[in-house]
Design a protein around this ligand. Structure first.
Ligand code: GCO
Length: 456
């Protein structure tokens, strides 16, 4: 089957948006150029033992210097939208300081470059790169950081608001709290439950204040948040309780306060002594009405009860199933879980319309005779886009889909070892090569646009 034949079978609404996604620390490089200062990811990646092979984002894809040709590349993929994140410490390199003009110029070039190429800019304020000076001053546990975030958000809305298609506050706050402060995998690499709960709450407050600040600045700018909801399943019938607790902790601590202005009852009961003192008082600030939300989905989560009865809530353990298809990073491929997840979330919570803001696969195919034959990624994308179409046909309001990622990049604790790109990057030369999956995606976007032009 050719790309066009297979893509034509996917039925999507007329104004459905296709895009590609990236994040600042993963692609920009130029880590200490033009006034940018360190974020917690610079510190973490420069700490021996934290990132595979000692890799850092110092150079990454050198996107800071190649923004114009990278935008040309995005245009060649025929997408209608580009999702990127701002580097907070490039724009505001010092505590309480002025905006950094060179940083501002860079994002002006990026956003204007999108508009010149008919790419709708979808911006993220926080993709995990907290300025180090804010971390040193108490980080997300401190209200000062939430206030600084609201000021930063207001600046973005004031300066860029009339050129952005949407803005999200946080990308995957689960990662910048639980993965970073409880599991110790991401910056700052701690394993501390009370701190984790304070950070979750602090980020929620920052989100609420930022939404208020941006609304006041530009009331017609569509605002949202991106969550990596887990598609949780019990590994056997007897572990249903574990699945409920896991969902409550890993999804409920985010969805319930953000969309319903409350924390999950069971989690609160179990964790009460560890929760921040003001957690009830802050809920009205946190639960701001949103225009949309973003779902990042890669793989399902199978759980059972934790081995030890002494474990703290949710006392669950993840289980890897045998005999399933996995990507090179080890994540199980199961597209129907995406349809089920969307249906479950819309059944459980009152949610605005959604974009799939990330979906994709790590496959480490290399360049052979000038091409990259990554058929498994193409198949992964096709299955998951069909899963989105299935959810839409069942009434779920999904407005668009962003492939993760435009190009191979710095995959956090995995360094450069895992390649998620539609475009291959040779890190020694910075040469970009569109992979087979990238050509397929470009055909899909083209045929979809051919049938129905994107709305402005
Ligand atoms: C995330 C992040 C991305 C990752 C991607 C692959 O979802 O973890 O938003 O920055 O690179 O998801 O892990």
């Amino acid at each position: 089957m050719t790309a066009n034949e297979s893509s034509n079978q996917i039925q999507l609404p007329d104004n459905f948006v296709f895009g590609v996604a990236t994040a600042a620390y993963q692609i920009e490089g130029a880590a200490s150029e033009d006034g940018r200062t360190a974020s917690i990811w610079d510190t973490f990646s420069h700490t021996p033992g934290k990132v595979l092979n000692g890799d850092t984002g110092d150079v990454a894809c050198d996107h800071y210097h190649r923004v114009s040709s990278d935008l040309d590349l995005i245009q060649q993929l025929n997408v209608g939208a580009y999702r990127f994140s701002f580097s907070w410490s490039r724009l505001f390199p010092t505590a309480g300081g002025q905006v950094n003009q060179a940083g501002l110029d860079f994002y002006d070039r990026l956003i204007d470059g999108c508009l010149e190429r008919n790419l709708q800019p979808f911006a993220t304020l926080y993709h995990w790169d907290l300025p180090q000076y804010l971390y040193d001053n108490g980080g997300w546990e401190s209200k000062e950081t939430a206030l600084a975030f609201a000021n930063y958000a207001k600046f973005i809305a004031d300066h860029f608001g009339d050129r952005l298609h949407t803005v999200v506050t946080f990308n995957e706050p689960w990662c910048s709290s639980i993965l970073s402060y409880l599991f110790g995998v991401h910056a700052p690499g701690l394993k501390d439950l009370p701190k984790t709960l304070s950070v979750i709450h602090g980020q929620h407050i920052a989100h609420g204040l930022a939404i208020q600040a941006m609304r006041a600045s530009k009331s017609d700018l569509p605002l949202g948040i991106v969550l990596n909801a887990q598609a949780v399943y019990p590994i056997g019938a007897q572990t249903n309780g574990a699945a409920v607790r896991h969902h409550d902790f890993h999804n409920g601590l985010f969805f319930e306060p953000l969309f319903h202005g409350r924390y999950p009852e069971q989690a609160v009961k179990a964790l009460a002594p560890l929760l921040p003192k003001t957690f009830m008082d802050d809920l009205p600030t946190i639960a701001q009405p949103l225009d949309f939300w973003g779902l990042n989905y890669y793989t399902p989560t199978w759980v059972t009860d934790a081995a030890s009865a002494d474990e703290l809530y949710p006392a669950t353990a993840e289980v890897q199933r045998d005999d399933v298809t996995r990507t090179d990073i080890g994540w199980e491929v199961k597209a129907d879980c995406l349809t089920e997840l969307l249906k479950r979330l819309y059944a459980d919570y009152s949610l605005p319309p959604c974009y799939i803001t990330e979906n994709g696969a790590a496959y480490n195919h290399e360049l052979v005779e000038g091409g990259v034959d990554d058929l498994p990624r193409q198949e992964y994308l096709e299955q998951h886009i069909k899963a989105v179409a299935a959810a839409i046909s069942e009434g779920i309001d999904v407005k668009g889909y962003f492939a993760w990622s435009l190009m191979d990049n710095f995959e956090w604790a995995e360094g450069y070892s895992q390649r998620f790109g539609l475009v291959h990057v040779d890190y020694s030369t910075q040469q970009r090569t569109v992979k087979r999956s990238g050509h397929w995606y470009a055909d899909l976007c083209q045929s979809h646009r051919g049938l129905s032009p994107l709305s402005p």
